[in-house]
Write a protein that binds this ligand. Sequence first.
Ligand code: 3JN
Length: 337
Amino acid sequence: MSKKYNVCVLGATGMVGKEMIKVLEERNFPVNKFLPLASERTAGSKVKFQGKEYTVGEATPESFEGMEIGLFSAGAKISKIFAPEAAKRNCVVIDNTSHFRMDPEVPLVVPEVNPQAIKRHKGIIANPNCSTAQMVLPLKPIYDAVGIERIVVSTYQSTSGWGKEAVAEMFEQAKALIADPYAKITAKYIFKQIAFNLVPQIDAFTDNGYTKEEIKMVNETRKIFEDENIQISATCVRVPVAIGHSESVNIKTKKKISVAEVRKLIAGFPTCVVLDDPAKGEYPTPVECAGKNETFVGRIREDISQANGLDMWIVSDNLRRGAALNAVLIAEKVIGI
Ligand code: 3JN
């Protein structure tokens, strides 16, 4: 019989944690013991795995005793405390928070893009930010074929990226505004009203005017491509969509490449799908991509404003591709399947 692993999910009650459990099930990950964990705040609630109900335990350093794989998504502060405790006990942590992403000792991995980095791990492997993960996938085959000099990206990020409270807030605001267009809206989780609105702020502002989310995209993309010379500028925007992040991406390649060649390269890259037929009005939207594992690319066209410029539209399920699926794919590589 092939080996099965003791797997814990820290942050099991959150949107990403729940998706992690679903993806482990769907992919038939070889689980021996399953242990859902959370911080003090949500421990005690119930989750289901393979038809069995489990009570979510409160994470303590000892929880990781005997665990072999830990999928973490309970926030950066929790990861900071518990990831080293788990790693110390030989539980390989795949961490979905920003805490370890830029640590030179910690590989930052999208398995289809830089699987070679996994081998360097010392007990902790980082999952990129959801917006970075879905962007680097279709860019990777272009990067390998002709090089990328510069990336300018604007994101259209769904509320689930900020957690279930943000999704609920969007629906509550929408309900109030449908009942009364003049309803007074007070934003609680997202920085401003999100229903029927756009909010060009994700995470806190930094000193240079960019938000942390935007800086994450810059630094993480460079780390994953192992290329500090790529010039990157990002604008991250929250949009009133529940699941699925979209990105308008403009790149300047080092050598010229045709749109037909780009379509072929992306279509041939694992887990990427080209949905791009302007004649038929075909392109991806977040609603169509939610619940799916693939990263969808459309609107691929030559940028008419510069030499070697390309524009494209990249859409993916942020909870899956940007988080849960990416983590489970890393775990599969760690155990060698
Ligand atoms: O809002 C999104 O769409 C993505 C948000 C990600 C996020 C939110 C709060 C804290 C992160 C992240 O994954 O980078 C973090 C964090 O871990 O710092």
